[in-house]
Each structure stands twice: as structure tokens, then as C-alpha cells.
Design a protein around this ligand. Structure first.
Ligand code: HEM
Length: 127
């Protein structure tokens, strides 16, 4: 494990299942969310699920399927088409914070993931 990056051994420790449950629960909420739902491609929820899941598994020390399919993440650039203000950022975090305790990660791992999401979500703001 890389001590400078506590997420780097998360997937090797816990495997796919909690990540899959996390993304399932998150997108189940996003789909019907008045603010975030309309931003996502209505005909490609499975694709959005696949991309976020692949990214998270890779970021947490798992297989690099995401980058083999999509290239470098460049998340800020990929989010540029969406108007992400503080309200959108806060809603994304709210839905993720609801999904996390339902996913089967330990409390310590939830805290690690929350800190990571919090930082990246702020970085995605473009309004
Ligand atoms: C701050 C609020 C955020 C909003 C409103 C937002 C919204 C979106 C939308 C609308 C998409 C397009 C869905 C698709 O077709 O894949 C997307 C993609 C994605 N988002 Fe976010 N997002 C946010 C934060 C985050 C955060 C914090 C992360 C990671 C920690 C993240 C990771 C991703 C990834 C990996 C993709 C797929 C990129 C690709 O390969 O095309 N997003 N997001």
C-alpha cells in the first residue's frame, strides 16, 4: 500500500461488491433527482454507471479498465459541458453521502471516500 494514498489499497482489500452497490445506490437517486437527473444522458444510464464504477475501482487500486476504455480521466475537462455550481456540487455530495452507508464499506473506508469525493466535487465546480 502507498501510505501517501490511503485509497490505493481499498479495492484490493474489499473487491468489486461495495463499489458496485455504491454506484447502484448513487445512480438510483440521481435518476430521479430534480437538479442532477436532467444533466445525465437519459439513454445511457448503464454507460454512466459503467464509467463511474470503472473510475472508482481504478482510483482505489483496482484494474485500469477505466483508462483502457476512456484514456486519462481528465475529470475537470469531462465535466466542463455541465453547469456545476455549489448547489449541484452539494447535491452530488448529498446523494453520495446517502449511498455510502448502504454500500457495505467500513466506517473508516467511508471516511476516506467522503474526503476524496468532497475534494474532487469541489474541483469540478465551473460556475
Ligand atoms: C460535483 C458534482 C458533479 C456533477 C454534477 C457531475 C455530473 C456528471 C455528469 C452529468 C456526467 C456524465 C455522465 C456520463 O455520461 O458518464 C459525469 C461523468 C462522470 N463523473 Fe461526474 N459529476 C460530479 C462530480 C463527480 C465526482 C466528485 C467524481 C469522482 C470522484 C465524478 C466522476 C465522474 C466520472 C468518472 C464520469 C465519467 C467520465 C467519462 O469517462 O466520460 N463526478 N459527471
Amino acid at each position: 500500500m502507498n501510505l501517501a494514498d490511503p485509497l490505493s489499497d481499498l479495492h484490493p482489500r474489499v473487491g468489486d461488491a461495495p463499489f458496485t452497490r455504491l454506484v447502484d445506490s448513487f445512480y438510483a437517486q440521481v435518476r430521479t433527482d430534480d437538479l442532477l437527473g436532467p444533466m445525465y444522458p437519459d439513454d445511457d444510464w448503464d454507460g454512466a454507471h459503467h464509467r463511474l464504477l470503472g473510475f472508482l475501482i481504478q482510483r482505489c487500486g483496482g484494474p485500469d479498465t477505466y483508462s483502457r476504455e476512456r484514456g486519462h480521466p481528465r475529470l475537470r475537462m469531462r465535466h466542463a459541458p455541465f453547469a456545476i455550481d455549489s448547489a449541484a456540487r452539494d447535491r452530488w455530495m448529498q446523494l453520495m453521502n446517502t449511498a455510502l452507508p448502504e454500500s457495505g464499506f467500513s466506517d473508516a473506508d467511508i471516511a476516506l471516500l467522503q474526503a476524496f469525493f468532497d475534494q474532487v466535487a469541489t474541483h469540478m465546480m465551473n460556475r
